[in-house]
Design a protein around this ligand. Structure first.
Ligand code: OSB
Ligand code: MG
Length: 374
C-alpha cells in the first residue's frame, strides 16, 4: 500500500472506576491513537497501549509519541510501498519500544484489511467468530466489595474471573471467592511481577485453590525463576510481561517457565509478532494462549477481538465490553457482551466498527499530521 498521511492523536480517557494492580492505580489513561490513510482514501486506525507511567513496561505515552514521531514515522515515510508484514523488519534497528511500533503496525493491518474489503480477523487467519470474554478485576478495598463485583460480572455473563493480587492481598481474596462461588468458578490471579521465588510457600498454598493459572508471579525478566516455581506447582503458570517476542516464547518453552502465554499485541510489537508467538506456542509447542488487554478504547479493543479469533486461543480473554471500562466509548457501535459471555467479531472490513473521528479530533490534547505523499 501507498500511504498518503499518518496522524497521531493523544487522547486521555477516564475509566468508570480506578483500576488497581500491584504496580499502582489507573484512573485516567492516555491513548495514542494512530490514523493512517492510503492514496485512494482508505483509512486504518489503531492505538498504542503505552501507559501513564513506566510500570507495566518502561514505555509511557510520551516515549511512544517520541519514538513514533522521531524514528518510526520518519523511517516509514521514506518507503514507496509498505508491506505490513515487513514492518517489523523495517523498524528492527529501533530496540524495544514495542508499544510504539505496535500502534502503527496495527493501524496498517486495519488499513490492509479495509483495502482488501475483509474483516481483520479473517486476514489474520482467525477461525472463532465468537470470542470468549473474561474480566480482569483490580485490587479492591475489601473482599466484600470484590465479592459484589464478581457477582455482578457473572450475572452479565462473563465466563472467567481474573483478580489482581499483590503481597498482603492474595490468599485471602482467593479463599473468599472459593467460599462464595465454589470450586467451579473459572478463576485466575495476576501478580504483575510482585513476588519473588522466596515467596514459594505462599504459591504452594495458592496451588490448593484450583486456579486456572497464575499470571506473571515473578520478575518480568526472569524466565529461570518462573521455571523453578513451575516445578513446584500443579497450577499452570501464564506469562504476560516476560514475553516480548517469539524468542522469549522459545526460551520460556525450553526452560519450562510457563504452560500458557497471555498475548498482548501492544507488548509484542504488533500482529506479525502475535502470529509468530501464536504459531510457535500453539502449533509447535502445542500449548494454549489467550489475548490480554491494556484497558484499550474501542479502537484497540477491535484489534484484540481480531487476535482472539485465532485457533490457539483456548482460554477466555481479558476483552470485556466497552461499558466495563468507559461511560462512552469512541467507536460505534460499542463492544457488547452477548448473553453467553462472548463478543462477536464483526463481518465489516478491518476492525469492523466506526471510529468517532470528530470526537477524537476535538478532544485530543495533542495531534500531529504527517503528509507522506501530497
Ligand atoms: O497485566 O493484564 C495485565 C491492565 C493494564 C496493565 C496490565 C494488565 C491489565 C489488565 C486489564 O489486566 C485487562 C483489560 O484490559 O481488561
Ligand atoms: Mg497480566
Amino acid at each position: 500500500m501507498e500511504l498518503k498521511k499518518i496522524e497521531l492523536f493523544e487522547l486521555w480517557v477516564k475509566l468508570k472506576e480506578d483500576f488497581e494492580t500491584s504496580f499502582g492505580k489507573t484512573i485516567e489513561r492516555p491513548a495514542i491513537l494512530i490514523r493512517v490513510e492510503e492514496k485512494n482514501g482508505e483509512v486504518g486506525w489503531a492505538e498504542s497501549v503505552a501507559g501513564e507511567g513506566p510500570w507495566y513496561s518502561y514505555e509511557t505515552w510520551e516515549t511512544a509519541w517520541h519514538i513514533l514521531n522521531d524514528f518510526i514515522i520518519p523511517k516509514i515515510s521514506k518507503e514507496e510501498e509498505i508491506d505490513v508484514e515487513k514492518f517489523n523488519e523495517m523498524v528492527s534497528n529501533i530496540r524495544g519500544h514495542n508499544m510504539a511500533k505496535a500502534g502503527l503496525e496495527m493501524a496498517l493491518w486495519d488499513l490492509k484489511a479495509k483495502i482488501e474489503g475483509k474483516p481483520l480477523w479473517k486476514v489474520l487467519g482467525g477461525v472463532n467468530k465468537n470470542i470468549v470474554s473474561g474480566v480482569s478485576i483490580g485490587i479492591q478495598n475489601t473482599t466484600d466489595e470484590l465479592v459484589k463485583k464478581v457477582s455482578m460480572f457473572l450475572d452479565k455473563g462473563y465466563r472467567r474471573i481474573k483478580i489482581k493480587i499483590k503481597p498482603g492481598y492474595d490468599i485471602e481474596p482467593i479463599i473468599r471467592l472459593r467460599k462464595e462461588f465454589g470450586q467451579d468458578l473459572p478463576l485466575h490471579v495476576d501478580a504483575n511481577s510482585a513476588y519473588k521465588l522466596t515467596d514459594i510457600e505462599l504459591f504452594k498454598k495458592i496451588d490448593n485453590y484450583n486456579l486456572l493459572m497464575i499470571e506473571q508471579p515473578l520478575h518480568w525478566k526472569d524466565l529461570i525463576d518462573h521455571a523453578e516455581l513451575a516445578r513446584h506447582l500443579r497450577t499452570p503458570i501464564c506469562l504476560d510481561e516476560s514475553i516480548e517476542d517469539v524468542n522469549d516464547a522459545r526460551k520460556a518453552y525450553q526452560l519450562g517457565s510457563a504452560m500458557i502465554i497471555n498475548i498482548k499485541p501492544g507488548r509484542v510489537g504488533g500482529f506479525s509478532e502475535v502470529l509468530k508467538i501464536h504459531d510457535f506456542w500453539y502449533k509447535i509447542a502445542n500449548r494454549p494462549v489467550w489475548i490480554g488487554g491494556m484497558l484499550e478504547t474501542g479502537i484497540g479493543r477491535g484489534h484484540l477481538v481480531s487476535a482472539a479469533t485465532l485457533p490457539g486461543v483456548k482460554y477466555p480473554n481479558d476483552i470485556s465490553a466497552s461499558e466495563k471500562y468507559f461511560e462512552k466509548d469512541i467507536v460505534e457501535p460499542p463492544w457488547i457482551l452477548n448473553k453467553d459471555g462472548t463478543i462477536t467479531a464483526p463481518e465489516k472490513p478491518g476492525i469492523g466498527v466506526e471510529v468517532m473521528e470528530d470526537y477524537i479530533a476535538k478532544n485530543s490534547k495533542r495531534t500531529k499530521v504527517y503528509i507522506i505523499k501530497p
